[in-house]
Ligand binder design. Structure first.
Ligand code: ATP
Ligand code: MG
Length: 556
């Protein structure tokens, strides 16, 4: 599967490893996998991993599996499983095989027995605190549990009893017998099976012992024949254990674990646990809230799959952690929609204008190109008459210097229509401006100067009698600070209380045909998406995806 309009991925160290492994004949064909835990919705960080794994397979004619890493007995994951499948597909990728890690529980159990029989795993009675204490530190070697000397028969019998449900949660664990003095703490007899009397959403009550991630993951990869198991940097120190499990469990296929730096973005929290908190504590309206960095949220906001893929390719793959500016994603959205999105005029904070010298009964229309960058997008008729709406911010009674928009006595161009001059300001009892009176110059039709006289400002407008009402939602970052603090919940203090502004604006009449998910460029305001969830029979809701301007530039 390839997406033609996409940018190419620059060379990176993982691509080089794959190319080398194919050249040397270590692997004939590559198989990668994307292994989400179904405990939340996918976010843009996952997109990086998806684009990397599926992208490698595309480039080297290999395959990619989607595997749900559901070895933790957790509940209510079907919503997450479905959303993950939908999001991967929406991003433009198709997996080769779909797997659930829990389907390998029997196989994992057998492999654990192999370890026990070889004297490489033992049942240990220490509790979690004791295990931690015995483990030692970076500077202090670990201490061996007395259970380390249990015989193979004793271990087989105890493990069987663990499996039979004869012990309570935490009463016993199965540990790999590796090296309590290893400089790598992950190798100091890691726990590989624990007891949990919890029903599993897939296997029900069949099991009350569950494999730990570090034991399960390499076996899952090896069973499927994954060649390159790509994960994030925090697993780098686990790689010796990964390799140990593959080797000592006598797996036929030998996958290679490769680590890369996870994606971090400014003003964005990116772990499912934190995102779930934002949902559960109602800071946002669900996982697909347009302010969320989830794929579902970005999609609803209006980000295109191509913009997300291109962003993921452009940020690169590296070993060093860094924080990517959120404006970079905005850049790729503009880059994608510039050519695709029809232009339209929308007034978000309306101010009524009456053209006093325009005939009362008259209406005319202007033929306007839908996209000046794309003639094939066609044209539309924009009506004009005596009463219009303009943007409140396009008028100032007492303007500062260099304000070229409307003010008393000043002339501006109504985009594509006429020159108008402000002649009167109408206020309510409180002194608020409620209406403007203007005169127009009939000779400036089409917005062209009749006699060479210049106007400095061009403002947009919507014809009042034919305008369509719409709700327009503007967004600011959900999180106010720049970077996410690992592991802490202090991000909740940094939730922006003003991340959503809801306006009631006016649109051109053509917009009545706008469909959920359709994207437009509102002149001067930015790119907008018809919210697919809030759209109703007679209601149009637009999400601003990004504004038009940004100082952020990318070298191509
Ligand atoms: P989270 O902390 O958000 O739950 P996770 O790593 O626990 O993330 P998984 O569902 O286990 O989430 O991840 C599936 C895959 O996505 C893993 O291979 C993981 O490395 C990758 N991944 C998750 N977050 C990021 C990120 N921010 N950047 C790059 N890859 C990521
Ligand atoms: Mg996780």
């Amino acid at each position: 599967m390839s997406n033609n309009s996409d940018t190419k991925v620059a060379s990176n160290f993982i691509k080089n490893i794959v190319a080398e492994d194919l050249k040397s004949g270590k692997y004939k064909e590559i198989l990668t996998r994307f292994p989400p835990e179904p405990n939340g919705y996918l976010h843009i960080g996952h997109a990086k991993s998806i684009v990397l794994n599926f992208g490698l397979a595309d480039e080297f004619n290999g395959k990619t599996n989607l595997r749900f890493d559901d070895t933790n007995p957790i509940k209510e994951d079907t919503e997450y499983v479905e959303s993950i499948k939908e999001d991967v597909k929406w991003l433009g990728y198709d997996w080769d095989e779909l797997h659930f890690a829990s389907n390998y529980f029997d196989e994992m159990y057998k492999r654990a027995l192999i370890l026990i029989k070889k004297g490489e795993a033992y049942v240990c009675d220490l509790n979690a605190d004791e295990i931690r204490e015995y483990r030692g530190t970076l500077t202090k070697p670990g201490k061996e549990s007395t259970d380390r000397n249990r015989t193979v028969d004793e271990n087989l019998e105890l493990f069987q009893k663990m499996r039979n449900g004869e012990f309570k949660d935490g009463e016993k664990v199965l540990r790999a017998k590796i090296d309590m003095a290893s400089p790598n703490i992950n190798l100091r007899d890691p726990v590989i099976y624990r007891i949990a009397h919890t029903e599993h959403q897939n296997t029900g009550n069949k099991w009350c012992v569950y494999p730990m991630y570090d034991f399960a993951h390499p076996i899952e990869d090896a069973i499927e024949g994954v060649t390159h198991s790509i994960c994030t940097l925090e697993f780098e120190d686990h790689r010796p254990l990964y390799d140990w499990v593959v080797r000592e469990c006598e797996m036929e296929n030998v996958p290679k674990q490769i680590e890369f730096a996870r994606l971090n973005i400014t003003n964005t929290v990116m772990s499912k646990r934190k995102l779930k908190k934002l949902v559960d504590e109602k800071f946002v309206d669900g996982w697909d809230d347009p302010r969320m960095p989830t794929i579902a949220g970005l999609r609803r906001r209006g980000f295109t799959a191509a913009s997300i893929r291109n962003f993921c390719k452009a940020i690169g793959v590296a070993k060093a952690s860094s924080i990517v500016d959120s404006q970079m994603l905005d850049y790729f959205l503009r880059d994608d929609l510039e050519k695709k999105a029809p232009r339209t005029m929308a007034v978000l904070r309306p101010l009524k204008v009456i053209i006093t010298n325009y005939p009362e009964e008259k209406t005319e229309t202007f033929k306007v190109e839908n996209n000046p960058d794309d003639p094939s997008a066609g044209t539309r008729e924009v009506p004009f008459s005596r009463e219009l709406y303009i943007e409140q911010e396009d008028f100032m009674e007492n303007p500062p210097k260099k304000y070229y928009r409307l003010f008393p006595g000043n002339e501006v161009r109504l985009k594509g229509a006429y020159f108008v001059k402000c002649s009167d300001v109408i206020k309510d009892a409180n002194g608020n401006v409620v209406e403007l009176h203007c005169t127009y110059d009939p000779a400036s039709r089409g917005g062209n100067s009749p006699d060479g006289r210049k106007v400095r400002g061009t403002i947009h407008w919507v014809n009042a009698s034919t305008a369509i009402k719409a709700e327009v939602r503007l967004y600011e970052p959900l999180i106010l600070d720049e970077s996410e603090e690992q592991g802490s919940d202090s991000f909740l203090d940094n939730v922006n209380p003003n991340s959503l502004e809801i306006l009631n604006g006016f649109l051109e009449p053509e917009m009545k045909n706008a469909q959920p998910g359709e994207k437009f460029q509102f002149f001067r305001h930015g790119y907008f998406n018809v919210d697919p969830k809030l759209a109703g029979e007679d209601k149009l809701v637009f999400n601003r995806i990004v504004s038009l301007k940004s100082s952020f530039k990318i070298k191509k």
